[in-house]
Design a protein around this ligand. Structure first.
Ligand code: IMP
Ligand code: MG
Length: 177
């Protein structure tokens, strides 16, 4: 029995996740052909998705990593976001695709988009594996969306609960939460 089986149930299985990521990669390949594409992975949650997505994109591209921490007010983000690790090259003139694990309230992504747009990239778009529309507080247009889910706490495929379960190959839900 796998270590997580008492704690985590399956929401979206590995085959479905992989198929969706391949489709998104094909769509991005069509849209960015001939352009200078830069993937900006938001640490840590988007890394698993970002690495699979990058391998599904048939174009030359560069990868950057951006770390953010949101100030928590109780259990929810207050919308105050701080960059803890910045990208390593200027974003000016680049076609930037920000990669996120999940857009929940949307506050983190709207902060990031505002911050990145101020650096004068050629374009900024968003790819998010998951969206929880029922919790939206800031409007964020997701250009490449994996799955829309209900308001449940999910783990796996990069997403964590107390820093654990990021390595599960599927998207799961915590049992009894
Ligand atoms: P937002 O600012 O509320 O959209 O917060 C988005 C961030 O909260 C995501 O990048 C995740 O790191 C985290 N998050 C939101 N919902 C979940 C969840 O169900 N599981 C794990 N992390 C989550
Ligand atoms: Mg995140």
């Amino acid at each position: 029995m796998a270590f997580y089986e008492n704690e985590v149930g399956t929401l979206i299985d590995e085959a479905k996740v992989q198929a969706r990521v391949r489709d998104l990669g094909a769509e991005i390949t069509r849209d960015y052909r001939g352009k200078d594409l830069t993937l900006v992975c938001v640490l840590k949650g988007s890394t698993v998705f970002a690495m699979d997505l990058a391998r599904a994109i048939d174009l030359p591209l560069t990868m950057e990593f951006l770390g953010v921490s949101s100030y928590q007010g109780g259990t929810e983000t207050t919308g105050e976001v701080r960059i803890t690790t910045d990208v390593s090259t200027p974003m000016a003139g680049k076609h930037v695709l920000v990669i996120e694990d999940i857009i929940d309230t949307g506050l983190t992504m709207s902060f990031l988009l505002e911050n990145l747009r101020a650096r004068h990239p050629a374009s900024v778009k968003v790819a998010s594996l998951l969206e929880k529309p029922s919790r939206a507080r800031a409007k964020v247009a997701i250009d490449y969306k994996g799955f829309v889910i209900d308001d449940v706490f999910v783990v796996g495929y990069g997403l964590d609960y107390a820093e654990k379960y990021r390595n599960l190959p599927f998207i799961g839900v915590m049992k009894g939460k």
